[in-house]
Design a binder for this molecule. Sequence first.
Ligand code: SAH
Length: 225
Amino acid sequence: MLLNQENEYLFQGKRKRLVEQLKEKGISSIEVLNAMLKIPRHKFFDNTTDRPALLDHAYSDKALKIGAGQTISHPFTVAFQTEKLNLVKGDKVLEIGTGCGYQTAVLIEMGAKVFSIERQKELFDKTKVFLPGIGYRGAKLFYGDGYKGLPQHAPFNKIIVTAAAPYIPDDLLSQLAIGGSLIIPLGEGEEQIMNLIVKKSGTEFEKHTFGKFKFVPMLQNKSGK
Ligand code: SAH
Protein backbone atom coordinates (compact mmCIF):
# COMPACT_ATOMS: atom_id res chain seq x y z
CA MET A 1 0.00 0.00 0.00
CA LEU A 2 1.39 3.39 -0.96
CA LEU A 3 1.54 6.20 1.55
CA ASN A 4 -1.29 8.71 1.18
CA GLN A 5 1.04 11.42 -0.09
CA GLU A 6 2.45 9.09 -2.76
CA ASN A 7 -1.09 8.18 -3.76
CA GLU A 8 -1.87 11.88 -4.18
CA TYR A 9 1.09 12.35 -6.55
CA LEU A 10 -0.03 9.30 -8.49
CA PHE A 11 -3.57 10.62 -8.87
CA GLN A 12 -2.30 14.09 -9.76
CA GLY A 13 -0.28 12.57 -12.60
CA LYS A 14 -3.31 10.61 -13.79
CA ARG A 15 -5.43 13.78 -13.74
CA LYS A 16 -2.83 15.62 -15.82
CA ARG A 17 -3.01 12.87 -18.44
CA LEU A 18 -6.82 12.95 -18.39
CA VAL A 19 -6.79 16.71 -18.99
CA GLU A 20 -4.34 16.25 -21.89
CA GLN A 21 -6.76 13.73 -23.41
CA LEU A 22 -9.68 16.13 -22.98
CA LYS A 23 -7.69 18.83 -24.80
CA GLU A 24 -6.94 16.39 -27.64
CA LYS A 25 -10.66 15.65 -27.89
CA GLY A 26 -11.39 19.35 -28.34
CA ILE A 27 -12.04 20.82 -24.88
CA SER A 28 -10.38 24.24 -24.82
CA SER A 29 -11.83 26.12 -21.84
CA ILE A 30 -8.95 26.71 -19.41
CA GLU A 31 -11.42 27.10 -16.54
CA VAL A 32 -13.00 23.71 -17.23
CA LEU A 33 -9.64 22.00 -17.65
CA ASN A 34 -8.24 23.58 -14.47
CA ALA A 35 -11.29 22.53 -12.47
CA MET A 36 -10.93 18.94 -13.66
CA LEU A 37 -7.21 19.00 -12.94
CA LYS A 38 -7.98 19.78 -9.29
CA ILE A 39 -10.94 17.52 -8.46
CA PRO A 40 -10.07 14.11 -6.95
CA ARG A 41 -12.37 12.05 -9.22
CA HIS A 42 -11.19 8.80 -7.60
CA LYS A 43 -13.05 9.76 -4.42
CA PHE A 44 -16.45 9.96 -6.12
CA PHE A 45 -17.15 6.31 -6.83
CA ASP A 46 -19.14 3.65 -5.10
CA ASN A 47 -16.26 2.35 -3.04
CA THR A 48 -18.08 -0.79 -1.99
CA THR A 49 -17.53 -2.56 -5.31
CA ASP A 50 -14.21 -3.62 -6.74
CA ARG A 51 -12.31 -0.70 -5.30
CA PRO A 52 -8.84 -1.27 -6.79
CA ALA A 53 -10.23 -1.57 -10.31
CA LEU A 54 -12.31 1.58 -9.87
CA LEU A 55 -9.37 3.56 -8.59
CA ASP A 56 -7.41 2.42 -11.57
CA HIS A 57 -10.16 3.58 -13.93
CA ALA A 58 -10.98 6.82 -12.12
CA TYR A 59 -9.01 8.91 -14.59
CA SER A 60 -9.78 7.03 -17.79
CA ASP A 61 -12.44 8.57 -19.99
CA LYS A 62 -15.18 6.18 -18.88
CA ALA A 63 -18.61 6.26 -17.26
CA LEU A 64 -18.47 4.34 -13.96
CA LYS A 65 -20.93 3.07 -11.36
CA ILE A 66 -21.81 5.33 -8.42
CA GLY A 67 -24.50 3.21 -6.70
CA ALA A 68 -28.31 3.04 -6.99
CA GLY A 69 -27.90 1.77 -10.57
CA GLN A 70 -26.52 5.14 -11.71
CA THR A 71 -23.26 6.18 -13.35
CA ILE A 72 -20.89 9.12 -13.15
CA SER A 73 -20.68 10.71 -16.62
CA HIS A 74 -17.59 10.33 -18.83
CA PRO A 75 -15.08 13.09 -18.07
CA PHE A 76 -15.39 14.22 -21.70
CA THR A 77 -19.16 14.57 -21.32
CA VAL A 78 -18.78 16.58 -18.10
CA ALA A 79 -16.18 18.83 -19.75
CA PHE A 80 -18.26 19.23 -22.93
CA GLN A 81 -21.50 20.16 -21.16
CA THR A 82 -19.70 22.54 -18.80
CA GLU A 83 -17.78 24.24 -21.61
CA LYS A 84 -20.97 24.81 -23.62
CA LEU A 85 -22.54 26.61 -20.64
CA ASN A 86 -19.99 29.44 -20.90
CA LEU A 87 -20.00 29.93 -17.14
CA VAL A 88 -19.26 33.29 -15.60
CA LYS A 89 -18.16 33.47 -11.93
CA GLY A 90 -21.20 34.01 -9.72
CA ASP A 91 -23.67 32.45 -12.21
CA LYS A 92 -26.63 30.76 -10.56
CA VAL A 93 -26.65 27.25 -11.97
CA LEU A 94 -29.33 24.58 -11.67
CA GLU A 95 -28.09 21.02 -12.13
CA ILE A 96 -30.53 18.15 -12.72
CA GLY A 97 -29.08 14.80 -11.59
CA THR A 98 -26.61 15.38 -8.75
CA GLY A 99 -25.51 11.73 -8.77
CA CYS A 100 -22.17 11.43 -7.00
CA GLY A 101 -21.59 15.18 -7.21
CA TYR A 102 -18.62 15.22 -9.58
CA GLN A 103 -20.27 17.63 -12.03
CA THR A 104 -21.44 19.68 -9.04
CA ALA A 105 -17.81 19.96 -7.88
CA VAL A 106 -16.73 21.15 -11.35
CA LEU A 107 -19.37 23.89 -11.22
CA ILE A 108 -18.32 24.91 -7.67
CA GLU A 109 -14.64 25.04 -8.71
CA MET A 110 -15.65 27.39 -11.51
CA GLY A 111 -17.25 29.84 -9.10
CA ALA A 112 -20.91 29.05 -9.78
CA LYS A 113 -23.66 29.19 -7.16
CA VAL A 114 -24.96 25.68 -7.53
CA PHE A 115 -28.46 24.30 -6.93
CA SER A 116 -28.65 20.61 -7.72
CA ILE A 117 -31.56 18.12 -7.71
CA GLU A 118 -31.39 14.33 -7.36
CA ARG A 119 -34.42 11.99 -7.49
CA GLN A 120 -32.71 8.98 -5.87
CA LYS A 121 -32.87 9.35 -2.09
CA GLU A 122 -29.90 7.04 -1.51
CA LEU A 123 -27.63 9.08 -3.78
CA PHE A 124 -28.94 12.38 -2.46
CA ASP A 125 -28.22 11.35 1.15
CA LYS A 126 -24.75 10.11 0.29
CA THR A 127 -23.67 13.11 -1.81
CA LYS A 128 -25.04 15.63 0.69
CA VAL A 129 -22.53 14.34 3.24
CA PHE A 130 -19.75 13.44 0.82
CA LEU A 131 -19.28 16.76 -1.03
CA PRO A 132 -18.74 18.96 2.05
CA GLY A 133 -16.60 16.15 3.46
CA ILE A 134 -14.05 16.59 0.67
CA GLY A 135 -14.22 20.38 0.86
CA TYR A 136 -16.96 21.21 -1.67
CA ARG A 137 -19.30 23.28 0.44
CA GLY A 138 -21.87 25.82 -0.61
CA ALA A 139 -23.87 23.87 -3.19
CA LYS A 140 -27.55 23.63 -2.30
CA LEU A 141 -28.65 20.04 -2.82
CA PHE A 142 -32.30 19.00 -3.16
CA TYR A 143 -34.10 15.65 -3.15
CA GLY A 144 -36.78 16.10 -5.79
CA ASP A 145 -37.90 15.79 -9.38
CA GLY A 146 -35.74 17.68 -11.84
CA TYR A 147 -38.60 17.97 -14.35
CA LYS A 148 -40.10 20.56 -12.01
CA GLY A 149 -36.87 22.50 -11.41
CA LEU A 150 -36.74 24.80 -8.38
CA PRO A 151 -39.27 27.59 -8.97
CA GLN A 152 -38.56 29.07 -5.52
CA HIS A 153 -34.92 29.75 -6.50
CA ALA A 154 -35.45 30.77 -10.16
CA PRO A 155 -34.31 32.40 -12.37
CA PHE A 156 -31.07 30.57 -13.15
CA ASN A 157 -28.35 31.88 -15.46
CA LYS A 158 -27.54 28.35 -16.57
CA ILE A 159 -29.23 24.94 -16.35
CA ILE A 160 -27.44 21.64 -16.91
CA VAL A 161 -29.32 18.35 -17.26
CA THR A 162 -27.11 15.31 -16.69
CA ALA A 163 -29.67 12.61 -17.57
CA ALA A 164 -31.27 11.81 -20.95
CA ALA A 165 -34.53 13.73 -21.29
CA PRO A 166 -37.31 12.67 -23.70
CA TYR A 167 -38.26 16.33 -24.22
CA ILE A 168 -37.33 19.78 -22.88
CA PRO A 169 -39.32 20.35 -19.68
CA ASP A 170 -41.29 23.62 -19.89
CA ASP A 171 -40.62 24.32 -16.21
CA LEU A 172 -36.87 24.43 -16.90
CA LEU A 173 -37.31 26.85 -19.82
CA SER A 174 -39.42 29.15 -17.69
CA GLN A 175 -36.88 29.07 -14.82
CA LEU A 176 -34.06 30.15 -17.15
CA ALA A 177 -33.05 33.83 -16.98
CA ILE A 178 -33.22 35.84 -20.21
CA GLY A 179 -29.84 35.47 -21.88
CA GLY A 180 -29.28 32.19 -20.02
CA SER A 181 -28.64 28.75 -21.45
CA LEU A 182 -29.77 25.20 -20.88
CA ILE A 183 -27.64 22.22 -21.89
CA ILE A 184 -29.64 19.01 -22.17
CA PRO A 185 -29.17 15.61 -23.83
CA LEU A 186 -32.37 14.75 -25.71
CA GLY A 187 -33.59 11.34 -26.86
CA GLU A 188 -35.12 8.12 -25.62
CA GLY A 189 -32.88 5.60 -27.39
CA GLU A 190 -29.42 4.26 -26.55
CA GLU A 191 -27.87 7.57 -27.60
CA GLN A 192 -28.96 11.16 -27.24
CA ILE A 193 -28.24 14.40 -29.04
CA MET A 194 -26.76 17.23 -26.97
CA ASN A 195 -28.84 20.40 -27.23
CA LEU A 196 -28.00 23.92 -26.10
CA ILE A 197 -30.98 26.21 -25.72
CA VAL A 198 -30.37 29.95 -25.34
CA LYS A 199 -33.23 32.07 -23.98
CA LYS A 200 -33.40 35.20 -26.10
CA SER A 201 -36.56 36.67 -24.56
CA GLY A 202 -39.55 35.45 -22.57
CA THR A 203 -40.82 33.65 -25.67
CA GLU A 204 -37.83 33.25 -28.02
CA PHE A 205 -35.27 30.47 -27.82
CA GLU A 206 -32.28 29.64 -29.98
CA LYS A 207 -31.33 25.99 -30.37
CA HIS A 208 -27.91 24.50 -31.15
CA THR A 209 -27.34 20.77 -31.51
CA PHE A 210 -24.11 18.84 -31.01
CA GLY A 211 -23.01 15.22 -31.28
CA LYS A 212 -24.25 12.00 -29.73
CA PHE A 213 -23.81 11.11 -26.06
CA LYS A 214 -24.98 8.33 -23.72
CA PHE A 215 -26.77 9.12 -20.47
CA VAL A 216 -28.97 7.24 -18.01
CA PRO A 217 -32.64 8.27 -18.47
CA MET A 218 -34.20 11.28 -16.79
CA LEU A 219 -37.08 9.66 -14.87
CA GLN A 220 -40.32 11.22 -13.64
CA ASN A 221 -40.95 11.87 -9.93
CA LYS A 222 -38.83 11.16 -6.89
CA SER A 223 -37.65 7.57 -6.34
CA GLY A 224 -39.21 7.24 -2.87
CA LYS A 225 -36.13 5.58 -1.40
N1 SAH B 1 -23.99 14.72 -12.66
C1 SAH B 1 -23.88 13.35 -12.23
C2 SAH B 1 -24.41 12.39 -13.28
C3 SAH B 1 -25.14 11.27 -12.66
S1 SAH B 1 -26.09 10.28 -13.75
C4 SAH B 1 -22.46 13.01 -11.79
O1 SAH B 1 -21.54 13.81 -12.04
O2 SAH B 1 -22.27 11.97 -11.17
C5 SAH B 1 -27.65 11.11 -13.77
C6 SAH B 1 -28.36 11.30 -12.46
O3 SAH B 1 -29.63 11.89 -12.74
C7 SAH B 1 -28.66 10.02 -11.69
O4 SAH B 1 -28.13 10.12 -10.40
C8 SAH B 1 -30.20 9.96 -11.67
O5 SAH B 1 -30.73 9.39 -10.49
C9 SAH B 1 -30.57 11.43 -11.81
N2 SAH B 1 -31.91 11.69 -12.32
C10 SAH B 1 -32.62 11.03 -13.29
N3 SAH B 1 -33.82 11.60 -13.47
C11 SAH B 1 -33.91 12.66 -12.60
C12 SAH B 1 -34.91 13.63 -12.29
N4 SAH B 1 -36.10 13.65 -12.89
N5 SAH B 1 -34.63 14.55 -11.34
C13 SAH B 1 -33.43 14.57 -10.68
N6 SAH B 1 -32.46 13.66 -10.92
C14 SAH B 1 -32.68 12.73 -11.86
